[in-house]
Design a protein around this ligand. Structure first.
Ligand code: NAP
Length: 316
């Protein structure tokens, strides 16, 4: 498994990571153990979860139970700021909340430290300097090794980097945002900002919730037990005419070169210099196996230009 630095930080992560949002909810502890064991066997080192995943706390708790002593061998990433109660009081990025949220995550994960602690969403009610100062304290206390963010706009990332510099604080080393062959929005503003400031990108929904795995067919019921079958909201979001047209064109491109759409989805993301690790989620160990292998296709500059054309990028 190839390792990469996350942005300009010294944090080394496996180029294929594991998204853990299926744990503690969509799959049970036994299935989680199988997925995690397979990921570790294949050299995956980055495990990405969040406090809210798995019905609030379920994913972190499952990971804590399953990892055991192997926790020290991996890069454990989690997030805070999402709503942890119905009343809406346990959320956000204030100093008061961050300090409580980190303790709760450490407890559930059964660890003394978090390798990458990420602001899950921007908190418009808290000045970014307050959040950065709280995270900086956690780094100095040794509870957090690196800080990251997620779902911030390009200007919010730049503002956070300048604020950290101004105040002499630790700064974000990564952003986590939706990015895939059917979601290329970050290329306009976010990615240029990340490149300028030396942050790494962790693309989420790299398979567009499974659309880019190639297992779904246009105008056909999704196979039983799959995410599209179980979460119609996500099926509706990704099963658009525009996306199917891109999928059809890319499938043809892959077939002509003896590869699969899954391989393209991983290898294309891995070919982007800004990407640190492709954190696809999985519900079965076989998927992890396929995903690790899928990142091995070395795309040429001509391939990349053709993929841009087929995904309708650069034509406006
Ligand atoms: P994804 O990677 O686009 O899709 C994962 C789903 O695709 C799996 O649950 C599985 O679905 C299917 N799949 C995976 N490998 C497959 C294979 N080889 N063959 C066939 N199907 C395969 O989306 P995601 O898991 O939701 O996102 C990845 C990670 O990003 C998450 O786990 C989470 O850590 C992170 N994330 C972050 C945010 C954020 O706001 N920061 C938001 C969303 C996600 P089945 O259930 O059908 O088996």
């Amino acid at each position: 498994m190839m390792l990469r630095n996350l942005g300009q930080s010294g944090l080394r992560v496996s180029v294929v990571g594991l998204g853990c949002n299926n744990f503690g909810g969509r799959i049970d502890l036994d299935a989680t153990r199988k997925v995690v064991d397979k990921a570790l066997d294949l050299g995956i080192t980055l495990f990405d979860t969040a406090d809210i995943y798995g019905d609030r706390g379920g994913s972190e708790s499952a990971l804590g139970q399953v990892l055991g002593n192997r926790r020290k061998d991996i890069v454990l990433a989690t997030k805070f700021a999402g709503e942890m109660d119905d009343a809406g009081s346990l959320k956000g990025a204030s100093r008061r909340y961050v300090m409580a949220a980190v303790e709760a995550s450490l407890r559930r994960l059964k660890t003394d430290w978090i390798d990458l602690y990420q602001l899950h969403f921007p908190d418009p009610k808290t000045p970014i300097g307050e959040t950065l100062r709280a995270l900086d304290d956690l780094v100095h206390q040794g509870k957090v090794r690196y800080m990251g963010c997620s779902n911030l706009s390009a200007w919010q990332v730049v503002d956070a980097q300048w604020t950290a510099r101004d105040l002499g604080l630790e700064s974000f080393v990564s952003c986590q945002d939706e990015y895939s062959l059917v979601a290329r929005g970050p290329e306009r503003e976010l990615i240029p900002a990340l490149e300028k400031f030396g942050l790494g990108l962790l693309p989420y929904f790299p398979l567009a919730s499974g659309l880019l795995s190639g297992k779904y067919e246009r105008n056909r019921q999704p196979p039983e037990g799959t995410r599209f079958a179980q979460t119609p909201r996500l099926a509706d979001r990704y099963s658009t005419e525009e996306n199917w047209a891109i999928v059809d064109r890319l499938k043809e491109f892959c077939a002509g070169r003896g590869h699969s759409l899954l391989e393209l989805a991983f290898s294309w993301l891995a070919s982007r210099p800004v990407v640190g690790s492709v954190i696809a989620g999985a519900t079965k160990p076989e998927q992890v196996e396929q995903n690790v292998r899928a990142a091995e296709w070395a795309l040429t500059p001509d391939d990349l230009a053709e993929i841009d054309r087929l995904s309708g990028v650069g034509s406006e």
